[in-house]
Design a binder for this molecule. Structure first.
Ligand code: ATP
Length: 686
């Protein structure tokens, strides 16, 4: 039963501080189970009890449960090594070094060692119980002991805590001190439980509007089935709200303060997205080919962007009061503050504020990439990682960087998360034009991108450009929210699911698809193919032949058989040469199929005399309803086609009789099938 929440009375003298043993009881239950229901119920009951009976213990408990003392962007580190802990255990238990070593050998975990070591200690005068708030304060004291004598001070505090700890308390205390709590309560469970505990707490007592009283007193015995349903609904709403607030503003202290100001309902008003506090970033979902991207997005409009190989950076900037010194923060993907790693970017932001007197504040998402300062050429991630991690001085900088900005989450007091990507992108571009200093200073630039409106050919070319560049591949981002059929089609009667183009903190969204070069299993070998026909080009390619129809040799029927259309890899000068060579009406180019070729389901505008052999590279071989190549070799109803063919060069040393054969195609297809079986299930989730 997931709805068992039992808090009738205070387990300790009412309104007194909550004892540490109460939290340890919960930690022991959590570490003894893998059941999500038990984990959630335990956490909910614990937090609900604290909300009811001693609110100042709530925040320290959230930190102790999540095995950290602060948000990731302003770390509070205990700074104690295992030797401090062992020395303290030895000191308070009176064990010899060898006896302690034996305990370590048999238990391994320092918490278990502390528990065993302490179980032999008899104290004559009982110690007053440890309180949650006090334990947390001691931990902060340990973290704040710095400078000379800090190690001694830290050890003295650890000993003090261990002397006072009773039974299981020593185990969890030491696990906390060694930063290895070993409980399965991850952040999501803690947030879910906090939300549930809040639903079960009087909102008036939190300063919010009154809600359904009967729920605050509900227990597993008294709750009715109607109440249970109501509770379920309220839980879902509250969980969504608490998680949404947390991923935009990951700070328990601010969240608790916000809750005590106005209760659950107004939590998002009291704890908004804030410049200077990093939000969890949106993440992308992996895909294996452009084909898969079209399958997943149907014909919804998207922007394809270079996926740069650098370091993700969330840049926060606020103009100083009275136009004083702007405050700048740069956060990593994992929300660590890395401002002091990039003084050149801090300088860049200050220049931007200077250039734009209207600009007040912003949060940008970007990738920091090492570049060659002379021409802006991209450098590898390894170059970037040569930079020191913190405390970098301007004069130390040897690796120049460019900030490739790709999203804007906040500007001048306006939160943009709920805006579609199209809007955010256009605001980003209009407010932050490229900034290219003349010296080696950090640059700001927009990511290279191409919109799906430009057509599939253009996207395919852009992908090829990404492959040839120093980028990791592409990020494909939905421009406007829409719904899509589950089978990927935009129209039709199938079941539909929404796809949102909003900025989704902490989500691996399907509206951001990443296509890495390494994911795309290209054909190891190239094919020698014969151009046998073409269509009239459009747009930029008007007047040229594009696409061109390519064929391989069918040795059984002694003819050429069409395989696929090719649109990429040709230079403009090559297009012009092609038009001259295959000029319409000449001996080489006819409207009628005059030469011995089988074009299967392809109907080109013109047919080429099969003279030339081109070297072609492709992504993979697929079954095709249009191509008749290799028909009967792997399927009785379908031929084989080459996906994403790309022209490499003309093979003047070969004749069409020496082109690749349908058997070769069939062999590659069979090898591919074997490979995909062997690698099935190794899909990367990020
Ligand atoms: P990966 O290991 O592929 O970098 P990841 O799990 O770190 O993946 P994903 O969201 O899956 O993160 O991939 C997006 C990452 O790619 C971002 O975190 C960012 O660092 C990087 N990146 C580079 N260029 C872009 C871009 N144009 N848009 C979004 N992210 C980009």
């Amino acid at each position: 039963d997931p709805f068992v929440y039992d808090v009738q009375e205070s387990p300790w003298p009412a309104n007194e501080p909550a004892p540490y043993s109460f939290l340890v009881h919960a930690l022991a239950t959590l570490s003894g189970t893998r059941s999500r229901t038990i984990i959630l119920n335990t956490l909910t009951n614990t937090l609900r009890t604290l909300l009811n009976w001693h609110r100042p213990s709530l925040l320290p408990s959230l930190y102790l449960l999540s095995n950290c003392l602060s948000p990731p962007y302003s770390p509070v580190e205990l700074g104690i090594g295992s030797s401090v802990i062992s020395k303290a255990i030895q000191h308070i238990s009176g064990l010899t070094s060898s006896a302690l070593r034996r305990l370590y050998n048999s238990f391994g975990d320092p918490g278990d060692v502390a528990f065993e070591a302490k179980s032999n200690v008899r104290t004559l005068v009982p110690h007053p119980p440890l309180m949650i708030v006090a334990v947390h304060d001691y931990l902060l004291k340990i973290a704040n002991s710095k400078g000379q004598g800090a190690a001694k001070q830290k050890q003295a505090i650890v000993e003090k805590l261990l002397v006072a700890a009773k039974g299981e308390e020593s185990r969890y205390l030491v696990r906390t001190l060694s930063l290895n709590l070993r409980v399965g309560a991850v952040r999501t469970s803690i947030l879910t439980a906090l939300a549930r505990a809040l639903v079960l707490t009087s909102q008036t007592s939190l300063g919010g509007p009154d809600r359904d009283h009967s729920l605050y007193h509900a227990t597993s015995q008294s709750i009715s089935s109607v109440q249970r349903e109501k509770l379920h609904e309220k839980f879902i709403q509250a969980e969504a709200l608490v998680k949404k607030v947390f991923v935009q503003h990951p700070n328990y202290e601010h969240i608790i303060a916000g809750l005590f100001k106005g209760g659950l309902d107004s939590l998002d008003l009291h704890v908004p997205l804030t410049v200077g506090i990093p939000l969890h970033p949106t993440l992308g979902s992996p895909t294996r080919s452009l084909y898969e991207i079209y399958e997943r997005l149907g014909d919804l409009p998207f922007a394809a962007e270079f996926k740069y190989d650098g370091q993700r950076a969330q840049i926060h900037g606020v103009r100083g009061v009275n136009s004083g010194n702007p405050s700048v923060h740069i956060f990593s993907r994992h929300l660590e503050d890395m401002t002091t790693k990039y003084p050149d970017i801090v300088h860049l932001v200050k220049c931007i504020f200077q250039q734009q007197p209207q600009l007040q504040s912003f949060i940008i998402d970007s990738e920091i990439v090492a570049i060659d300062p002379s021409d802006g050429g991209l450098k590898s991630f390894q170059e970037l990682s040569n930079r020191a991690r913190k405390g970098v001085e301007m004069s130390d900088i040897k690796v120049s960087v460019c900030v490739y900005a790709f999203d804007l989450m906040y500007i001048d007091g306006e939160v943009l998360l709920a805006q579609p990507f199209r809007e955010r992108r256009s605001l980003l571009r209009s407010h932050f034009p490229p900034f290219l200093p003349s010296d080696k200073g950090a640059r700001l630039d927009h990511v290279e991108s191409c919109e799906s409106d430009a057509g599939k050919d253009a996207i395919e070319e852009f992908w090829q450009k990404a492959i040839e560049s120093r980028s990791e591949g592409l990020m494909i981002k939905l421009l406007s929210s829409d719904t899509i059929q589950e089978d990927g089609m935009r129209k039709g009667n199938g079941k539909r699911k929404p796809l949102s183009a909003t900025y989704e903190p902490d989500k691996r969204t399907s509206a951001w698809l990443k296509l890495k070069k390494d994911y795309v299993v290209g054909l190891g070998d190239t094919l020698d193919m014969v151009p046998i026909g073409a269509w009239h080009g459009n747009g930029r390619k008007a007047g040229w032949w594009s696409p061109v129809l390519l064929a391989v040799r069918d040795p059984r029927n002694d003819c050429l058989v069409a395989v696929c259309k090719c649109i990429s890899g040709f230079s403009d000068s090559f297009y012009k040469e092609m038009v001259a060579y295959y000029s319409e009406g000449s001996d080489n180019c006819s409207r009628q199929p005059l030469w011995e070729t089988d074009t299967g389901g392809f109907r080109p505008d013109v047919y080429f005399r099969p003279h030339k052999v081109w070297e072609i590279r492709g992504a993979d071989i697929t079954l095709s309803p249009v191509s008749l190549a290799a028909l009967g070799l792997v399927s009785s109803s379908r031929g084989l086609s080459l996906r994403f063919p790309r022209f490499i060069k003309t093979r003047d040393d070969k004749l069409p009789e020496q082109a690749s054969t349908t058997d070769f195609l069939a062999q590659i297809w069979k090898d591919q099938q074997g490979q995909s079986k062997a690698t099935a299930g190794d899909a990367d989730d990020g």
